[in-house]
Design a binder for this molecule. Structure first.
Ligand SMILES: *Cc1c(COP(=O)(O)O)cnc(C)c1O
Length: 412
């Protein structure tokens, strides 16, 4: 049996009209007319809203949901999503600027990331955004800056636990890591903050990304609650804080992967909220997700410019490629390149008849859109759609490379 993508689930979120993919009632060639003659990303509002709605129905009410905007910081999308979630997480001053201009109150915005420069810290202190502190020296710099400004810095400590999130696409904790402060150093620092002019606002325990294994996430949640409870048990001052338990929910990208079933994860979260009742009633529990909220809402669409044969292999050359969609090309943290789900947008119901390689216009063999995919017979002018492209797309790609036009984006 050949391992394939789960196209039924993917397509069930979208509308079809006469074998054509549509979004907001428009075909891909109509969207191209609107945005201009270039490859584009289109994001579907209804899919985003539905994804968040379904997640909230299953998550315990007590858990607050934050959106990590680095997954997709496209402004119209950010302004659409901000009122649907409880907070935003940013990772730079640029993202902070975007976040504070949404409907989200600044005290529900948190700023994580190693190596924050003084101007970035100043921006966070002045705007009242919570700073997830990544090292003891960063904490001292924040304290000093806040004093010069006669301002109270809102700080949370990002913890690097001794455990790691198993089966994760990207591990961010366990052992030596550039992220967070080793858990054994945390209680002393909480004490330091509580005795300073800074306000202690919480703990941030983010253990990894792109995880499709419920058991691994459940195990990480168990350890996260246990660790948070332990770290806070000695605390003398009892102001309400927020405990960010991370996210890590993954999205199926490759053949054989299926949607993450979150029902067991949510049942376990309910158990944990009960088991650590005192901790959870006195404080706020936050989960932060990026890709899970937006990835399935987005498609990347490029147009076929040329078709050629080379020694028995058929190449479909389009006006889009790795400069717009690095992760689809396999060059954004993948060890072995696999295809994202790909289709011909204007021939969705036509029978696949030939195996082709789809490439972009860059002069590098890395510029792959899809390798050896079976598709209907393609002609010049057809539109190639890459699904699951709503996260880590335009802003996670080297758009200057080779000087082609920037990708277009639209929220529909
Ligand atoms: C990147 C990041 C996220 C989002 O990760 P996803 O895999 O997109 O959900 C959340 N929190 C922090 C601290 C991050 O760095």
């Amino acid at each position: 049996m050949t391992v394939t993508h789960d196209f039924n689930t993917i397509l069930s979120r979208f509308s079809l009209s006469a074998s054509q993919l549509t979004m907001g009632g428009l075909t891909m060639s109509q969207i191209e007319n609107i945005v201009g003659d270039n490859a584009f990303y289109a994001y579907d509002k209804h899919i985003i809203a539905q994804t968040i709605e379904q997640l909230k129905q299953q998550l315990p009410n007590q858990i607050k949901l934050h959106y990590a905007i680095k997954a997709n910081p496209y402004l119209p999308l950010l302004h659409f999503i901000a009122p649907l979630v409880d907070g935003l997480d940013v990772a730079s001053q640029g993202e902070l600027m975007k976040a504070i201009q949404t409907t989200t109150p600044n005290h529900n915005i948190s700023f994580a990331g190693p190596g924050k420069r003084d101007p970035e810290l100043l921006s966070a202190i002045t705007s009242g955004v919570i700073i997830n502190v990544e090292s003891p020296t960063e904490l001292l710099r924040i304290e000093k800056l806040a004093l010069t400004q006669h301002n109270i810095a809102q700080v949370a400590l990002r913890v690097n636990p001794a455990f790691e999130l198993k089966a994760s696409g990207m591990k961010m904790t366990g052992g030596a890591k550039p992220f967070g402060i080793d858990s054994e150093k945390i209680t002393k620092l909480i004490d330091y903050i509580d005795n300073s002019a800074m306000e202690f606002r919480g703990l941030h325990i983010f253990s990894g990304s792109q995880n499709l294994n419920p058991e691994a996430l459940i195990e990480a949640h168990n350890k996260t609650f246990e660790l948070a409870n332990e770290l806070l048990s000695q605390r003398i001052k009892q102001s309400k804080i927020s405990i960010n338990i991370g996210g890590g929910f993954g999205i199926p990208y490759f053949p054989g992967e299926s949607e993450l079933n979150i029902s067991g994860i949510c049942d376990n979260l309910n158990l944990l909220l009960n088991q650590y009742k005192k901790l959870c009633q006195n404080n706020e529990i936050v989960m932060e997700l990026g890709r899970y909220l937006v990835a399935s809402s987005g498609v990347y669409v490029s147009k076929v410019i040329d078709i050629k044969e080379s020694r028995g292999t058929k190449y479909i050359v389009t006006n889009g490629g790795l400069h717009h969609h690095l992760s689809n090309s396999g060059n954004f943290g993948q060890v072995i390149r696999k295809n994202y789900p790909v289709a011909v947008a204007n021939q969705l119901e036509n029978t696949p008849t030939e195996t082709v390689n789809i490439v972009g216009p860059l002069c590098t063999p890395l510029d792959i859109i899809a390798h050896k995919v079976k598709l209907p017979s393609i002609v010049i002018g057809d539109h190639i759609v890459v699904f699951q492209s709503g996260a880590y797309g335009a802003t996670a790609s080297p758009q200057q490379f080779l000087g082609h036009p920037k990708v277009n984006e639209i929220l529909l």
